[in-house]
Design a protein around this ligand. Structure first.
Ligand code: CMP
Length: 507
């Protein structure tokens, strides 16, 4: 339906024009002043609309046009004006009032929809100036409605799905989600707009998922309600190692692995009796979903080291037959080389150098080597284990936990030893010792040392002196003072000697 057309210059006086522009500029000033500084750039759009309005009105006033040109410019002048006002009001309501109240950025889809509606209303209202009744477009054109409806079916589907996602909120911007069985499509939500949701995957690829697809997908949110999710790693162990033993080893391996949280704690289940061994599933929780494969890898590393230390071999497929023959001579030679290496390591410890030959050989046989992964705790402060370790290769860090936090006492490398306090006195561990790289340690336990002290009781005096010096160092750090003096070390040494004698039941 068309209306009787009243030319723009007749419908509006110059005073109307000036008042209208002044009102629009005043509104722009208010919006600009209230907008948060990061969003001030958005004011450019209404300014451009207002400028275009002024240009269109200027042409209409300066060059009286007829017919289609006049209609078009009148439509443009009114349309740009209402778009400028509409955009300013949208900024005022969404960016100033709602964002301040919600204290967060509104979803893009809400912004786009509101803005789109405002522009549509501005355009429809401006149609009057061209002589077209806007209502007639909406109500009478069934054909247009059908065409638009059919062609926009998918787009509208995405739009409504996007709205449903916003209302239901299975995720927010910034959440880590997985919406597909393919784990490489997991990533961080970066945008939800009127057509699609954008996810930045961990491969740094932006995936655009139509909202309709997203609305149908089972979405796994790894940020909400908590950022902790469970992982599991499979490992096989030989049939001759009991499930109880293996499970304990696997549990302790998973416990301190980097990225594994302590609560909820890891668990192990016997998963299957496989061809080559018993299969176990080690389950643990991590708060590093983004680097979950690295965490899985770290747990596998720890499992390898823990099983190797316990002498449990991860089985090969049973069908592979390894023919490996070592002659008696060769075996003896290999053992001889190992014994010589072990003896050299033992002799690096000052108080073991005084051992008679027989006692040293006894110790060589009784010690065993253990391999640790980087970052593993070998002894924990206050634990009551009683083994002493000599560093064969690698490095360990000795730390003391006190009121001020964690203090590093020393870094020990090849030839250094630790754990002698508990070995000798049976006291709880006085510090925590952790590997800083892959480290091989030689272990001496209480039973191996007892016959030596029985045979060379004077050794207890020498050892008590070394222990006293180390303890003084530790105390000096704890109270942040200079090292304690000679007399105090002497007193401590006598006290420790008593403890050693009693722990080893020396006469
Ligand atoms: P133990 O108490 O059995 O367990 C922790 C070990 O850390 C301790 O024995 C020492 O061997 C070692 N340790 C403690 N303090 C120091 C230090 N100041 N320097 C080097 N090693 C230390």
């Amino acid at each position: 339906m068309t209306l009787d057309l009243v030319p723009y210059s007749q419908a509006h006086s110059t005073v109307d024009d000036i008042l209208g522009v002044v009102a629009a500029i005043a509104l722009l000033f208010v919006v600009f002043a209230l907008l948060p500084s990061r969003g001030r750039g958005r004011i450019r759009q209404p300014i451009v609309f207002l400028a275009l309005h002024v240009a269109a009105v200027g042409i209409l006033r300066l060059f009286p046009l007829d017919g289609a040109a006049n209609r078009f410019l009148s439509f443009a002048a009114v349309g740009f004006y209402w778009c400028a006002i509409g955009r300013s009001l949208v900024l005022l309501v969404l960016d100033v009032v709602l964002e301040r109240r919600n204290a967060q950025v509104l979803p893009k889809i809400m912004r786009d929809l509101t803005q789109g509606t405002v522009y549509a209303v501005a355009v429809l209202a401006s149609l009057r100036t061209t002589g077209v009744e806007p209502g007639s477009i909406l109500t009478t054109s069934a054909l247009l409605t059908a065409v638009v409806g059919l062609s926009l079916q998918e787009t509208l589907g995405n739009l409504f799905a996007g709205l449903a996602i916003q209302i239901q909120r299975p995720f927010d911007i910034g959440d880590l989600i997985q919406f597909d069985a393919d784990p490489s499509l997991a990533g961080r939500v970066v945008e939800v707009n009127w057509r699609a949701t954008k996810v930045l995957t961990f491969d740094h690829v932006e995936v655009t998922v139509p909202n309709a697809t997203m609305a149908k997908a089972p979405i796994r949110n790894h940020t909400k309600p908590t950022n902790i999710s469970r992982r599991s790693v499979s490992v096989s162990a030989p049939y001759d190692a009991s499930p109880e033993t293996v499970q304990q080893i696997l549990l302790s391996a998973a416990h301190g692995a980097p990225g594994v949280v302590a609560d909820p704690c890891p668990s192990v289940v016997t998963a299957n009796f496989g061809d080559s061994g018993i299969e176990y599933s080690v389950r643990f929780f991590t708060d590093r979903f983004q680097t979950r494969e690295v965490v899985d890898g770290a747990v596998r590393d720890r499992i390898w080291y823990a099983l190797a230390r316990s002498g449990i071999e991860i089985p090969y497929p049973i069908r592979t037959v390894h023919m490996h023959q070592i002659s008696a001579d060769a075996a003896q030679r290999t053992n001889g080389v190992r014994a010589a290496e072990r003896e050299r390591t033992l002799l690096a410890v000052d108080f073991l150098r005084v051992l008679p030959r027989e006692q040293l050989e006894h110790l060589v046989v009784k010690t065993s080597a253990r391999l640790f992964a980087p970052g593993e705790i070998v002894v924990r402060q206050a634990d009551t284990t009683a083994e002493m370790y000599i560093v064969e290769r690698g490095e360990v860090v000795v730390t003391l936990e006190n009121d001020a936090g964690e203090v590093e006492l020393a870094r020990l490398v090849s030839g250094d030893f630790f754990g002698e306090m508990a070995l000798m006195t049976g006291e709880p561990r006085s510090a925590t010792v952790k590997t800083s790289k892959e480290t091989s340690l030689l272990v001496i336990n209480h039973d191996a040392f007892k016959p030596i002290l029985d045979a060379v009781p004077e050794l207890a005096g020498h050892i008590s002196r070394v222990l006293a010096e180390r303890q003084s160092d530790r105390e000096a750090v704890a109270v942040q003072s200079q090292r304690v003096n000679e007399q105090q070390v002497y007193a401590k040494s006598s006290e420790l000697l008593g403890a050693i004698r009693s722990f080893f039941s020396l006469g």
